[in-house]
Design a protein around this ligand. Structure first.
Ligand SMILES: [Zn+2]
Length: 133
């Protein structure tokens, strides 16, 4: 019986999700993108659908997160970013990065071009708290 697919991250654009899938496939982890086509058709759907989800077989989750954790160690602040960040509110380790693109979204709607850069943030999957990361 094949493994169940588990979502290990979601990204606002198919481009970002494809980069992650590429990283995983370099380590011979089969990754699947969910909602990629719908979001490719209309970027505005990205928020509604929760982004393009990167999914891997259940048995590969730890390995996949390890691969992505390694990739994240070259964060701009130079510190090693731990693979699991604890939520400041509830202490859960069920947190993930996302790009807050509300600013660029707004300017895109008003001016037709995304002027403001997206901000990298973290979100707790358990209590929903978001903070700058
Ligand atoms: Zn939390």
């Amino acid at each position: 019986m094949p493994d169940q697919l588990v979502t290990i991250g979601s990204y606002s654009t198919p481009y970002e999700a494809n980069l992650v899938r590429g990283e995983l496939e370099a380590f011979e982890i089969d990754a699947t993108l969910a909602d990629e086509n719908a979001i490719s058709l209309n970027w505005l759907w990205s928020n509604a659908l929760g982004g393009v989800k990167v999914q891997v077989p259940e048995s590969k989750v730890t390995e996949a997160l390890g691969v992505l954790g390694t990739e994240r160690s070259d964060e701009p602040d130079g510190r090693d970013v731990p693979q699991t960040t604890l939520c400041p509110s509830c202490g859960s380790s069920n947190t993930h990065y996302f790009l807050d693109k509300r600013g660029s979204f707004l300017t895109w709607l008003l001016l037709g071009i995304p002027v403001m850069p997206a901000v990298s943030k973290k979100e707790c999957a358990d209590c929903g708290r978001k903070w700058k990361g």
